[in-house]
Design a protein. Structure first.
Length: 458
Protein backbone atom coordinates (compact mmCIF):
# COMPACT_ATOMS: atom_id res chain seq x y z
CA UNK A 1 0.00 0.00 0.00
CA UNK A 2 1.35 3.44 -0.85
CA UNK A 3 1.86 6.19 1.74
CA UNK A 4 -0.98 8.12 0.04
CA UNK A 5 -3.36 5.18 0.45
CA UNK A 6 -2.36 4.76 4.10
CA UNK A 7 -2.99 8.45 4.67
CA UNK A 8 -6.39 8.31 2.95
CA UNK A 9 -7.45 5.36 5.09
CA UNK A 10 -6.34 7.14 8.29
CA UNK A 11 -8.21 10.32 7.27
CA UNK A 12 -11.31 8.34 6.41
CA UNK A 13 -11.30 6.40 9.68
CA UNK A 14 -10.77 9.57 11.70
CA UNK A 15 -13.52 11.72 10.17
CA UNK A 16 -15.73 10.22 7.51
CA UNK A 17 -19.04 8.74 8.68
CA UNK A 18 -20.22 6.21 6.08
CA UNK A 19 -23.82 5.60 5.03
CA UNK A 20 -25.27 2.06 5.20
CA UNK A 21 -22.19 0.79 7.03
CA UNK A 22 -21.54 -1.10 10.26
CA UNK A 23 -19.82 1.75 12.09
CA UNK A 24 -17.92 -0.37 14.61
CA UNK A 25 -16.61 -2.64 11.91
CA UNK A 26 -15.51 0.45 10.00
CA UNK A 27 -13.65 1.83 13.03
CA UNK A 28 -11.89 -1.51 13.43
CA UNK A 29 -11.21 -2.45 9.80
CA UNK A 30 -11.27 0.83 7.90
CA UNK A 31 -12.63 1.31 4.40
CA UNK A 32 -12.16 -0.59 1.16
CA UNK A 33 -10.34 2.19 -0.66
CA UNK A 34 -11.04 2.37 -4.39
CA UNK A 35 -8.55 4.57 -6.15
CA UNK A 36 -9.61 4.55 -9.80
CA UNK A 37 -11.61 2.74 -12.46
CA UNK A 38 -11.68 1.96 -16.16
CA UNK A 39 -14.34 0.13 -18.15
CA UNK A 40 -16.02 -2.41 -15.87
CA UNK A 41 -12.98 -2.52 -13.56
CA UNK A 42 -12.26 -0.75 -10.31
CA UNK A 43 -8.87 -0.77 -8.59
CA UNK A 44 -8.24 -0.79 -4.86
CA UNK A 45 -5.35 0.60 -2.85
CA UNK A 46 -3.55 -2.76 -3.09
CA UNK A 47 -3.54 -2.37 -6.88
CA UNK A 48 -6.09 -5.20 -7.16
CA UNK A 49 -8.27 -5.18 -10.28
CA UNK A 50 -11.91 -5.88 -9.44
CA UNK A 51 -14.81 -6.37 -11.87
CA UNK A 52 -17.64 -4.23 -10.60
CA UNK A 53 -20.52 -6.70 -10.53
CA UNK A 54 -22.77 -4.19 -8.79
CA UNK A 55 -22.27 -1.16 -11.09
CA UNK A 56 -21.24 0.99 -8.12
CA UNK A 57 -24.75 1.05 -6.66
CA UNK A 58 -26.60 -0.10 -9.75
CA UNK A 59 -25.75 3.17 -11.49
CA UNK A 60 -22.46 2.99 -13.41
CA UNK A 61 -24.03 1.96 -16.72
CA UNK A 62 -21.15 3.02 -18.98
CA UNK A 63 -18.35 1.94 -16.69
CA UNK A 64 -15.65 4.09 -15.14
CA UNK A 65 -14.22 5.98 -18.04
CA UNK A 66 -15.89 7.96 -20.79
CA UNK A 67 -14.17 10.73 -22.70
CA UNK A 68 -17.39 12.12 -24.14
CA UNK A 69 -19.10 12.50 -20.77
CA UNK A 70 -15.98 14.03 -19.23
CA UNK A 71 -15.64 16.51 -22.13
CA UNK A 72 -19.34 17.38 -22.01
CA UNK A 73 -19.12 18.12 -18.29
CA UNK A 74 -16.06 20.30 -18.74
CA UNK A 75 -17.55 22.23 -21.67
CA UNK A 76 -20.74 22.86 -19.72
CA UNK A 77 -18.75 23.95 -16.66
CA UNK A 78 -16.92 26.41 -18.88
CA UNK A 79 -20.14 27.70 -20.47
CA UNK A 80 -22.71 27.82 -17.68
CA UNK A 81 -21.69 25.94 -14.53
CA UNK A 82 -24.88 26.75 -12.66
CA UNK A 83 -28.29 28.18 -13.38
CA UNK A 84 -31.31 28.10 -11.09
CA UNK A 85 -34.57 26.65 -12.34
CA UNK A 86 -36.54 28.50 -9.62
CA UNK A 87 -38.60 31.60 -10.45
CA UNK A 88 -39.31 30.55 -14.07
CA UNK A 89 -35.65 30.67 -15.06
CA UNK A 90 -34.30 28.00 -17.35
CA UNK A 91 -31.42 27.01 -19.63
CA UNK A 92 -31.34 25.10 -22.93
CA UNK A 93 -29.90 21.82 -21.63
CA UNK A 94 -32.58 21.26 -19.03
CA UNK A 95 -35.33 22.17 -21.48
CA UNK A 96 -33.96 19.67 -24.02
CA UNK A 97 -33.55 16.93 -21.41
CA UNK A 98 -37.13 17.44 -20.21
CA UNK A 99 -38.51 17.00 -23.71
CA UNK A 100 -36.31 13.98 -24.40
CA UNK A 101 -37.29 12.19 -21.21
CA UNK A 102 -41.02 12.72 -21.59
CA UNK A 103 -40.76 11.17 -25.08
CA UNK A 104 -38.72 8.22 -23.80
CA UNK A 105 -40.65 7.48 -20.61
CA UNK A 106 -43.28 4.74 -20.34
CA UNK A 107 -46.96 5.69 -20.26
CA UNK A 108 -48.38 9.02 -21.34
CA UNK A 109 -46.36 11.16 -18.95
CA UNK A 110 -45.72 14.63 -20.30
CA UNK A 111 -44.32 16.70 -17.41
CA UNK A 112 -40.97 16.44 -15.71
CA UNK A 113 -39.24 17.73 -12.59
CA UNK A 114 -35.56 17.35 -11.80
CA UNK A 115 -33.72 16.60 -8.59
CA UNK A 116 -30.34 15.17 -7.67
CA UNK A 117 -31.14 11.72 -6.27
CA UNK A 118 -33.60 8.87 -6.43
CA UNK A 119 -34.66 9.68 -2.88
CA UNK A 120 -35.52 13.24 -3.84
CA UNK A 121 -37.47 12.11 -6.92
CA UNK A 122 -39.58 9.72 -4.82
CA UNK A 123 -39.94 12.26 -2.03
CA UNK A 124 -41.16 14.84 -4.53
CA UNK A 125 -43.60 12.27 -5.97
CA UNK A 126 -45.11 11.83 -2.50
CA UNK A 127 -45.38 15.61 -2.04
CA UNK A 128 -47.02 16.02 -5.44
CA UNK A 129 -49.55 13.28 -4.67
CA UNK A 130 -50.49 15.07 -1.46
CA UNK A 131 -50.49 18.46 -3.17
CA UNK A 132 -52.69 17.39 -6.06
CA UNK A 133 -55.07 15.48 -3.80
CA UNK A 134 -55.83 18.72 -1.97
CA UNK A 135 -56.55 20.32 -5.36
CA UNK A 136 -59.00 17.51 -6.10
CA UNK A 137 -60.76 18.06 -2.76
CA UNK A 138 -59.36 14.82 -1.31
CA UNK A 139 -56.97 16.07 1.38
CA UNK A 140 -57.36 12.86 3.40
CA UNK A 141 -56.08 10.65 0.60
CA UNK A 142 -52.55 10.59 2.03
CA UNK A 143 -51.56 7.00 2.69
CA UNK A 144 -48.78 5.57 0.59
CA UNK A 145 -48.21 1.84 0.16
CA UNK A 146 -44.83 0.26 -0.54
CA UNK A 147 -43.63 -3.30 -0.14
CA UNK A 148 -41.71 -5.20 2.53
CA UNK A 149 -38.04 -5.06 1.47
CA UNK A 150 -38.82 -2.41 -1.16
CA UNK A 151 -36.23 0.40 -1.37
CA UNK A 152 -37.13 3.93 -2.38
CA UNK A 153 -34.61 6.15 -0.63
CA UNK A 154 -33.51 7.74 2.60
CA UNK A 155 -35.46 10.95 3.16
CA UNK A 156 -37.88 10.69 6.08
CA UNK A 157 -40.77 9.95 3.71
CA UNK A 158 -38.98 7.63 1.27
CA UNK A 159 -37.36 5.61 4.02
CA UNK A 160 -40.82 5.24 5.58
CA UNK A 161 -42.05 4.01 2.20
CA UNK A 162 -39.13 1.58 1.94
CA UNK A 163 -39.75 -1.74 3.65
CA UNK A 164 -36.32 -2.11 5.20
CA UNK A 165 -36.52 -2.73 8.97
CA UNK A 166 -32.85 -1.85 9.59
CA UNK A 167 -33.49 1.61 8.11
CA UNK A 168 -36.48 2.20 10.42
CA UNK A 169 -35.04 0.85 13.67
CA UNK A 170 -33.92 3.51 16.17
CA UNK A 171 -35.07 6.34 13.87
CA UNK A 172 -38.67 6.16 15.13
CA UNK A 173 -39.83 5.34 11.60
CA UNK A 174 -41.82 4.59 9.47
CA UNK A 175 -44.21 7.54 9.64
CA UNK A 176 -47.77 6.37 10.21
CA UNK A 177 -49.04 7.24 6.72
CA UNK A 178 -46.78 4.62 5.10
CA UNK A 179 -47.93 1.00 4.80
CA UNK A 180 -46.30 -2.10 3.35
CA UNK A 181 -47.70 -4.99 1.41
CA UNK A 182 -46.11 -8.41 0.98
CA UNK A 183 -42.74 -9.12 -0.60
CA UNK A 184 -43.39 -11.18 -3.75
CA UNK A 185 -40.54 -13.64 -3.25
CA UNK A 186 -42.13 -16.76 -4.74
CA UNK A 187 -39.30 -19.13 -3.88
CA UNK A 188 -39.25 -18.22 -0.19
CA UNK A 189 -42.90 -17.67 0.51
CA UNK A 190 -44.95 -19.90 -1.75
CA UNK A 191 -47.11 -22.54 -0.12
CA UNK A 192 -46.15 -26.08 -1.12
CA UNK A 193 -47.86 -26.94 -4.41
CA UNK A 194 -48.76 -23.30 -5.20
CA UNK A 195 -47.90 -22.20 -8.76
CA UNK A 196 -46.33 -18.80 -9.43
CA UNK A 197 -49.57 -17.57 -10.89
CA UNK A 198 -51.51 -18.70 -7.79
CA UNK A 199 -48.90 -17.07 -5.58
CA UNK A 200 -49.32 -13.80 -7.51
CA UNK A 201 -53.10 -13.97 -7.09
CA UNK A 202 -52.53 -14.41 -3.34
CA UNK A 203 -50.13 -11.43 -3.25
CA UNK A 204 -52.74 -9.28 -5.00
CA UNK A 205 -55.46 -10.49 -2.61
CA UNK A 206 -53.26 -9.50 0.37
CA UNK A 207 -52.72 -6.11 -1.26
CA UNK A 208 -56.47 -5.64 -1.67
CA UNK A 209 -57.01 -6.67 1.97
CA UNK A 210 -54.58 -3.98 3.09
CA UNK A 211 -56.29 -1.32 0.96
CA UNK A 212 -59.70 -2.28 2.33
CA UNK A 213 -58.43 -2.31 5.91
CA UNK A 214 -56.93 1.19 5.49
CA UNK A 215 -59.90 2.53 3.52
CA UNK A 216 -59.37 2.91 -0.26
CA UNK A 217 -60.41 6.57 -0.11
CA UNK A 218 -57.38 7.26 2.14
CA UNK A 219 -54.79 5.64 -0.13
CA UNK A 220 -52.95 8.05 -2.43
CA UNK A 221 -50.58 5.69 -4.21
CA UNK A 222 -48.64 2.48 -4.45
CA UNK A 223 -44.90 2.74 -5.14
CA UNK A 224 -42.95 -0.18 -6.56
CA UNK A 225 -39.76 -1.00 -8.37
CA UNK A 226 -40.59 -3.11 -11.45
CA UNK A 227 -38.06 -5.62 -10.06
CA UNK A 228 -36.89 -5.16 -6.47
CA UNK A 229 -33.27 -4.05 -6.35
CA UNK A 230 -32.14 -2.96 -2.86
CA UNK A 231 -34.25 -5.77 -1.36
CA UNK A 232 -32.12 -8.35 -3.15
CA UNK A 233 -32.50 -8.42 -6.96
CA UNK A 234 -35.95 -10.02 -6.92
CA UNK A 235 -37.77 -10.49 -10.19
CA UNK A 236 -41.59 -10.42 -10.11
CA UNK A 237 -43.30 -13.83 -10.25
CA UNK A 238 -45.49 -14.84 -13.19
CA UNK A 239 -48.69 -12.79 -13.38
CA UNK A 240 -47.75 -10.54 -10.45
CA UNK A 241 -48.03 -7.21 -12.21
CA UNK A 242 -51.27 -8.12 -13.99
CA UNK A 243 -52.98 -8.96 -10.72
CA UNK A 244 -51.51 -6.06 -8.73
CA UNK A 245 -52.46 -3.51 -11.40
CA UNK A 246 -56.01 -4.86 -11.52
CA UNK A 247 -56.33 -4.04 -7.80
CA UNK A 248 -54.92 -0.55 -8.34
CA UNK A 249 -57.42 0.13 -11.12
CA UNK A 250 -60.33 -1.23 -9.08
CA UNK A 251 -59.70 1.29 -6.29
CA UNK A 252 -58.44 4.19 -8.47
CA UNK A 253 -55.09 4.23 -6.69
CA UNK A 254 -52.17 5.90 -8.42
CA UNK A 255 -49.18 3.79 -9.38
CA UNK A 256 -45.66 5.13 -9.10
CA UNK A 257 -43.03 3.07 -10.93
CA UNK A 258 -39.67 3.57 -9.25
CA UNK A 259 -37.35 3.09 -12.24
CA UNK A 260 -34.29 4.35 -10.37
CA UNK A 261 -32.47 1.04 -10.97
CA UNK A 262 -34.49 -0.60 -13.76
CA UNK A 263 -34.57 2.51 -15.98
CA UNK A 264 -32.19 2.92 -18.95
CA UNK A 265 -31.56 -0.63 -20.03
CA UNK A 266 -30.93 -2.73 -16.95
CA UNK A 267 -33.71 -5.24 -17.77
CA UNK A 268 -33.13 -5.31 -21.56
CA UNK A 269 -35.64 -2.55 -22.31
CA UNK A 270 -35.43 1.16 -21.71
CA UNK A 271 -37.69 0.68 -18.69
CA UNK A 272 -38.60 -2.13 -16.32
CA UNK A 273 -42.19 -0.99 -16.91
CA UNK A 274 -41.85 -2.21 -20.52
CA UNK A 275 -40.32 -5.52 -19.47
CA UNK A 276 -43.28 -6.34 -17.22
CA UNK A 277 -46.16 -4.36 -18.76
CA UNK A 278 -46.55 -1.69 -16.08
CA UNK A 279 -48.83 1.29 -16.68
CA UNK A 280 -47.61 3.87 -14.17
CA UNK A 281 -49.14 7.28 -13.45
CA UNK A 282 -45.78 8.59 -12.25
CA UNK A 283 -42.26 7.45 -13.11
CA UNK A 284 -39.13 8.21 -11.11
CA UNK A 285 -35.61 7.66 -12.43
CA UNK A 286 -32.00 8.53 -11.56
CA UNK A 287 -28.71 6.59 -11.54
CA UNK A 288 -28.10 5.56 -15.21
CA UNK A 289 -29.87 8.72 -16.41
CA UNK A 290 -26.46 10.40 -16.20
CA UNK A 291 -24.49 7.10 -16.26
CA UNK A 292 -23.72 8.12 -12.63
CA UNK A 293 -21.26 10.78 -13.84
CA UNK A 294 -23.35 13.48 -12.15
CA UNK A 295 -26.14 13.32 -9.53
CA UNK A 296 -29.37 13.73 -11.52
CA UNK A 297 -32.88 12.36 -11.03
CA UNK A 298 -36.21 12.98 -12.69
CA UNK A 299 -39.87 12.60 -11.85
CA UNK A 300 -42.31 12.27 -14.74
CA UNK A 301 -46.09 12.58 -14.58
CA UNK A 302 -49.21 13.21 -16.59
CA UNK A 303 -50.75 16.51 -17.71
CA UNK A 304 -53.80 15.81 -15.55
CA UNK A 305 -51.64 15.97 -12.42
CA UNK A 306 -49.90 19.08 -13.68
CA UNK A 307 -53.28 20.82 -14.10
CA UNK A 308 -54.04 20.15 -10.44
CA UNK A 309 -50.66 21.62 -9.50
CA UNK A 310 -51.49 24.75 -11.52
CA UNK A 311 -54.77 25.00 -9.62
CA UNK A 312 -52.91 25.05 -6.27
CA UNK A 313 -50.22 27.36 -7.59
CA UNK A 314 -52.98 29.80 -8.57
CA UNK A 315 -54.49 29.51 -5.11
CA UNK A 316 -51.22 30.06 -3.21
CA UNK A 317 -49.48 32.29 -5.76
CA UNK A 318 -46.56 29.89 -6.30
CA UNK A 319 -45.75 26.18 -6.53
CA UNK A 320 -43.88 26.13 -3.24
CA UNK A 321 -41.30 23.41 -3.80
CA UNK A 322 -37.77 23.08 -5.22
CA UNK A 323 -34.11 22.19 -4.78
CA UNK A 324 -31.24 24.55 -5.57
CA UNK A 325 -29.55 22.04 -7.84
CA UNK A 326 -32.72 20.91 -9.66
CA UNK A 327 -31.98 20.79 -13.39
CA UNK A 328 -28.28 21.57 -12.87
CA UNK A 329 -26.78 22.48 -16.27
CA UNK A 330 -23.83 20.10 -15.95
CA UNK A 331 -26.12 17.23 -14.92
CA UNK A 332 -28.52 18.00 -17.76
CA UNK A 333 -25.72 18.19 -20.35
CA UNK A 334 -24.15 14.95 -19.11
CA UNK A 335 -27.54 13.18 -19.12
CA UNK A 336 -28.25 14.30 -22.69
CA UNK A 337 -24.85 13.01 -23.75
CA UNK A 338 -25.39 9.71 -21.93
CA UNK A 339 -28.72 9.27 -23.75
CA UNK A 340 -26.95 9.99 -27.07
CA UNK A 341 -24.33 7.38 -26.25
CA UNK A 342 -27.01 4.84 -25.30
CA UNK A 343 -28.75 5.34 -28.62
CA UNK A 344 -25.59 5.35 -30.74
CA UNK A 345 -24.22 2.14 -29.19
CA UNK A 346 -27.69 0.53 -29.22
CA UNK A 347 -27.48 -0.05 -25.49
CA UNK A 348 -30.72 -2.04 -25.39
CA UNK A 349 -29.54 -4.32 -28.22
CA UNK A 350 -26.20 -4.79 -26.45
CA UNK A 351 -27.81 -5.68 -23.10
CA UNK A 352 -30.13 -8.19 -24.78
CA UNK A 353 -27.23 -9.81 -26.62
CA UNK A 354 -24.82 -10.18 -23.68
CA UNK A 355 -27.67 -11.03 -21.33
CA UNK A 356 -27.98 -14.47 -22.94
CA UNK A 357 -24.42 -15.34 -21.90
CA UNK A 358 -24.79 -13.64 -18.52
CA UNK A 359 -28.00 -15.45 -17.62
CA UNK A 360 -26.74 -18.81 -18.93
CA UNK A 361 -23.78 -18.56 -16.52
CA UNK A 362 -26.02 -17.38 -13.69
CA UNK A 363 -28.52 -20.22 -14.12
CA UNK A 364 -25.62 -22.71 -14.27
CA UNK A 365 -24.56 -21.46 -10.82
CA UNK A 366 -27.98 -22.65 -9.63
CA UNK A 367 -26.43 -26.14 -9.43
CA UNK A 368 -24.00 -25.02 -6.76
CA UNK A 369 -24.77 -26.56 -3.34
CA UNK A 370 -25.08 -23.08 -1.76
CA UNK A 371 -27.52 -21.72 -4.33
CA UNK A 372 -31.23 -22.45 -3.96
CA UNK A 373 -32.74 -20.20 -6.60
CA UNK A 374 -31.53 -17.99 -9.44
CA UNK A 375 -33.65 -15.52 -11.32
CA UNK A 376 -32.68 -12.71 -13.62
CA UNK A 377 -33.45 -10.60 -16.64
CA UNK A 378 -31.19 -8.39 -18.78
CA UNK A 379 -28.07 -7.71 -16.72
CA UNK A 380 -29.80 -8.06 -13.38
CA UNK A 381 -29.79 -11.31 -11.41
CA UNK A 382 -30.54 -12.44 -7.86
CA UNK A 383 -29.35 -15.58 -6.08
CA UNK A 384 -30.96 -17.06 -2.99
CA UNK A 385 -28.47 -18.93 -0.78
CA UNK A 386 -29.98 -21.64 1.41
CA UNK A 387 -28.82 -24.42 3.66
CA UNK A 388 -31.37 -26.78 2.14
CA UNK A 389 -32.89 -25.69 -1.16
CA UNK A 390 -35.74 -28.20 -1.41
CA UNK A 391 -36.83 -27.77 2.21
CA UNK A 392 -36.22 -24.02 1.96
CA UNK A 393 -34.14 -24.00 5.15
CA UNK A 394 -32.16 -20.76 5.42
CA UNK A 395 -28.67 -20.59 6.85
CA UNK A 396 -28.29 -19.44 10.43
CA UNK A 397 -28.06 -15.64 9.90
CA UNK A 398 -25.16 -15.47 12.36
CA UNK A 399 -23.03 -17.43 9.85
CA UNK A 400 -23.32 -14.46 7.46
CA UNK A 401 -23.03 -16.72 4.42
CA UNK A 402 -23.94 -13.94 1.97
CA UNK A 403 -21.26 -11.66 3.43
CA UNK A 404 -18.77 -14.53 3.17
CA UNK A 405 -19.50 -14.90 -0.56
CA UNK A 406 -19.18 -11.13 -1.00
CA UNK A 407 -15.79 -11.10 0.76
CA UNK A 408 -14.41 -14.11 -1.09
CA UNK A 409 -15.63 -12.57 -4.36
CA UNK A 410 -13.72 -9.38 -3.54
CA UNK A 411 -10.57 -11.43 -2.90
CA UNK A 412 -11.12 -13.14 -6.25
CA UNK A 413 -11.58 -9.78 -8.02
CA UNK A 414 -15.34 -9.37 -8.25
CA UNK A 415 -17.56 -6.91 -6.44
CA UNK A 416 -20.95 -8.43 -5.67
CA UNK A 417 -23.48 -7.34 -3.11
CA UNK A 418 -24.97 -9.55 -0.39
CA UNK A 419 -28.36 -8.53 0.95
CA UNK A 420 -28.61 -10.94 3.83
CA UNK A 421 -28.22 -14.30 2.10
CA UNK A 422 -29.33 -13.02 -1.32
CA UNK A 423 -26.64 -12.07 -3.80
CA UNK A 424 -27.27 -9.27 -6.27
CA UNK A 425 -25.30 -9.33 -9.52
CA UNK A 426 -25.73 -6.38 -11.88
CA UNK A 427 -22.60 -5.43 -13.84
CA UNK A 428 -22.19 -2.22 -15.87
CA UNK A 429 -24.30 -2.33 -19.02
CA UNK A 430 -21.22 -2.03 -21.27
CA UNK A 431 -19.83 -5.35 -20.05
CA UNK A 432 -18.76 -7.69 -22.87
CA UNK A 433 -19.00 -11.47 -23.13
CA UNK A 434 -15.39 -12.13 -22.21
CA UNK A 435 -15.71 -9.99 -19.08
CA UNK A 436 -18.94 -11.81 -18.24
CA UNK A 437 -17.09 -15.15 -18.45
CA UNK A 438 -14.37 -13.91 -16.10
CA UNK A 439 -16.84 -12.38 -13.64
CA UNK A 440 -18.88 -15.57 -13.49
CA UNK A 441 -15.77 -17.74 -13.00
CA UNK A 442 -14.84 -15.51 -10.07
CA UNK A 443 -18.34 -15.75 -8.66
CA UNK A 444 -18.21 -19.56 -8.89
CA UNK A 445 -14.82 -19.57 -7.15
CA UNK A 446 -16.20 -17.38 -4.35
CA UNK A 447 -19.12 -19.79 -3.90
CA UNK A 448 -16.63 -22.69 -3.74
CA UNK A 449 -14.52 -20.82 -1.16
CA UNK A 450 -17.61 -20.22 0.95
CA UNK A 451 -18.83 -23.79 0.56
CA UNK A 452 -15.44 -25.02 1.82
CA UNK A 453 -16.06 -23.00 4.99
CA UNK A 454 -19.66 -24.00 5.66
CA UNK A 455 -20.02 -27.55 4.31
CA UNK A 456 -18.77 -29.09 7.57
CA UNK A 457 -21.46 -27.23 9.48
CA UNK A 458 -24.56 -28.09 7.42
C1 LIG B 1 -35.16 1.56 -6.53
C2 LIG B 1 -34.49 2.70 -5.82
N1 LIG B 1 -35.18 3.82 -5.61
C3 LIG B 1 -34.61 4.88 -5.00
C4 LIG B 1 -33.32 4.85 -4.57
C5 LIG B 1 -32.71 6.02 -3.88
O1 LIG B 1 -31.83 6.65 -4.73
P1 LIG B 1 -30.67 7.61 -4.14
O2 LIG B 1 -29.73 6.74 -3.38
O3 LIG B 1 -30.08 8.23 -5.36
O4 LIG B 1 -31.34 8.61 -3.27
C6 LIG B 1 -32.56 3.69 -4.79
C7 LIG B 1 -31.15 3.62 -4.36
O5 LIG B 1 -30.46 2.66 -4.51
C8 LIG B 1 -33.16 2.58 -5.42
O6 LIG B 1 -32.48 1.44 -5.62
Amino acid sequence: MTVDAQQAIAQDMAHHVHPQTNLRQHMEQGPTMITHGKGVFIYDDQGRQIIDGFSGLGCVSLGYHNERLARTAMEQMNTLPFAPTFYNRSHPKVAALGERLTKLAPGDVNRVMFQCSGSEANDTAIKLLWYTNTAKGEPNRRKIIGRTRGYHGNTIATVSLSGQPHMHAKFGLPLSEFKHTELPNYYRFHIDGETEEEFSVRMAAKFEELILAEGPETVAAFFAEPAISGGGALMPPEGYWTHMQAVLKKYHIKFVADEVVCGFGRTGNWWGSQTWGLEPDIVTCAKALSAAFFPVSALLFKDEMYEQMVHNSDAVGVFGHGYTYAGHPVGAAVSLEALDIYEEMDLIGHVRKVSERFLAHCYALGDHPLVAEVRGVGLFCGFELMQNASKRTPFDPSWKVGEMVQNFAHDRGLYLRAIGDRMSFMPPLIINEEEIDIACERFKAALDDTWAQVRGRV
